[in-house]
Ligand binder design. Sequence first.
Ligand code: URP
Ligand code: ZN
Ligand code: ZN
Length: 448
Amino acid sequence: MKTLLTNGKLVHPDRIEPADILFSDDKIEAVGQSLAADGAEKIDCTGRLIFPGIIDPHTHFGIPIKDGRSADDFASGSRAALLGGVTTVIDFTSLERGQSLANSVASRRKLAEVALCDYSLHCNVTRLDDNILAEIPEIIDSGVSSFKVFTTYREGGLYLDYPRIEELAGVLSKYGGLLMVHAEDDGILQAAREKLDPDSTDPSLHGVSRPAAAEVRAIEKIAAIVTRTGCPAYIVHLSSAAGLAAAGQFPELILETCPQYLLLDNRRYADSDGRMYVASPPLRTPFDNLSLWQAVQNGQIATLGTDHCPFNLNDKKAHIPFAEIPNGMGGVSLLFPLLLAEFLQRSWDLSLLARLLSANAAAIFQLAPTKGCIAVGGDADLVIVDPDRSTRDWTPEQIGTIDWTPYRGMAAIFPERVYLRGRLTVDKETILAHAPGQFITAHSADQA
Ligand code: URP
Ligand code: ZN
Ligand code: ZN
């Protein structure tokens, strides 16, 4: 079955091109002017932008947090993802007590089999010993090449100290792995928390208990590790102007931020549903938002991920101590719709958006050239959108199965059609029945 998309405006990472796209089964066969294809289904894309499939490099579908789990599993989360044009998510493994890395990857892959979009994995390293280190080469060979550590969440059993992170980085640099870091220094967080009333139910104390200084300290420590080991490092969910300034001293660090650190600020904690905005790092100030927008515009930020970790209203109980509130917010279906609306409103270069939401993640996480571009031989992951269809009135389905979103009322432009490996999965902003997504391995360019 061949499909020909005619007269679209293709948003490449380096240019905008008015052109047709021909794809057959899952791969793009031709991109060019006035393509002809006998027997192909023709779709007129006049007035439409066509983006490469969006990649969300940071989701947490159904992970354990406090006494519960984040609300979306791979089935519901990936469904929401597709509605927003995300054709690939990169989620994280979870390393249980006594479990090997290989087992943690296998069990997460099993859970992900119900996903409707494509998926790849980062490997969480929340415990380090010689056995774990010895597994690294085989994990990379199996197609998982990014390894995430936490410089905090000691109470949740996720914390790794800096000497251990350095040991891991040394091994990763030898085998071509990438270190990913949740950068909030645990010592600074503990000191800040000790000054606060642990029984207070004021959600704004979540912010006070996690100052930007913790982000700065962790970034400086990681940069020193990068310098000593030569291991590439990616800082997830950068949240503050101070953290950005610290990272700016070390241009080799790869930076991700999230829509919440661009579009929301810490005044939300005073709202009646303030507890729902509790996520780590916390929301910062309008000045931090502005600094991060500037870094988005000047290319200092490489990727935008959602850190999708949603909770329903009932999952975050009202009037519980601030440190007991489960951490996380959702947004996978809104990443592209919100950012496209913002970029258009700011008259910013849409190719920059294609880099931030697709091409850069594909390159960093070794999914290119299969993903992240509109090019012959690449997967036909395509997002067709009418730039004039901005709305603030979304259907409940457009935020997934969750009953709360931090972005309500904001302008968003949802895709009209989404193709995943050549299959139409969203039509007229509605999900169609379809086959499951596939596990996409990270592969170095020579294997591509
Ligand atoms: O609050 C958050 N972000 N929860 C998800 C886990 C993490 O730290 O990324
Ligand atoms: Zn994190
Ligand atoms: Zn996260």
